[in-house]
Ligand binder design. Structure first.
Ligand code: ATR
Length: 276
């Protein structure tokens, strides 16, 4: 049996086992995908277990994504750029690491708004954490010419912008509402608007109809930001698809089958997400 894992701390809340469990059953594979609670101090010991052959690979979530990177043999350029690994696999006795968040973000956006990259010239990103880094990486890769970052702690936005250089700029958090009208795509990468977190108060009065508004928060599935965007003629893109699509490359590495994000899989996850 091919065993895979998700390590995090805590890890009980992760919905990844639901995704991979669905694909394992769908493809009739003899495999498992197990939650393993790994506190920060135990990451190296866990990586040693992977090396013994106990697991074919797995996913890494908070707070271990950064700590695991220097413990692997080959890390993709994307993961290096992120400074974080979310997917590990064993190949020829070596451990490989990648970060599939940017892939997941782009794949879902492609799925929802085909051809978006032909007209999105300016993107406004709320937040400057790990998720923002993945989104900026993805958008820059797809040729978005102007990416504007706003973050509560402006120093963090400035650092991220400096890291990417030309085409990525930092502005003040207070400027967000004024930047809405100039944006073809708006992405919330903060935790604001998530169940149990403070609301995201972004004034969308300036939103142009047709502007894509993407919220990576998926609990609730339709956040207040997305509902307001919809009401103003914007094109809402929810965060669940990014979670589903980022899982594809890992499953393919471990089990040798490229899985699909189907309506049945989405429905399974949706049923597990509390309504607003
Ligand atoms: P992730 O890896 O999911 O991006 P993170 O690195 O902790 O997580 O980043 C969380 C993001 O949400 C940050 O941009 C954070 O802003 P700060 O850098 O100023 O902390 C943002 N965020 C979280 N709580 C917030 C709040 N109450 N108001 C504004 N921004 C908030």
């Amino acid at each position: 049996m091919t065993r895979c894992f998700i390590i995090g701390h805590p890890v009980a809340h992760s919905r990844s086992p639901m995704i991979h469990g669905h694909w394992l059953a769908e493809h009739g594979l003899n495999g498992s995908y197990e939650r393993v609670d790994v506190p920060p101090g135990e990451v190296a010991a866990f990586v040693a277990r992977i090396r013994t052959g106990e697991f074919a690979g797995g996913n890494v979530t908070v707070p271990n994504k950064e700590a695991v990177l220097p413990l692997l043999d080959h890390v993709s350029d994307t993961a290096r750029r992120m400074g974080a690994v979310n997917t590990i696999w064993r190949d020829g006795g070596k451990l490989h690491g990648d970060n599939t968040d940017a892939f997941g973000f782009l794949a879902h956006l492609d799925d929802r708004v085909a051809g978006w990259d032909r007209y999105v010239a300016t993107a406004l990103i709320l937040g400057a954490g790990g998720a923002a880094r993945a989104v900026v990486h993805g958008l820059a890769e797809r040729g978005v010419g102007r990416i504007i970052l706003v973050n509560r702690s402006s120093a963090r936005a400035e650092e991220l912008a400096a890291d990417f250089g030309t085409g990525v700029e930092a502005r003040r958090w207070e400027e967000a509402a004024a930047l809405v009208a100039a944006s073809d795509l708006i992405v919330n990468t903060t935790s604001l608007g998530m169940q149990g977190q403070p609301p995201l108060d972004l004034d969308l009065a300036g939103l142009r109809p047709g502007t894509i508004v993407d919220d990576i928060v998926y609990v609730p599935l339709e956040t207040t930001l997305l509902a307001q965007a919809r009401a103003r003629g914007g094109v809402p893109v929810d965060g669940l698809g990014m979670l589903l699509h980022q899982a594809i490359p890992g499953f393919e590495r471990w089990f040798g089958v490229r899985p699909q994000v189907t309506p049945a899989l989405r429905a399974l996850l949706e049923a597990d997400i509390p309504r607003a």
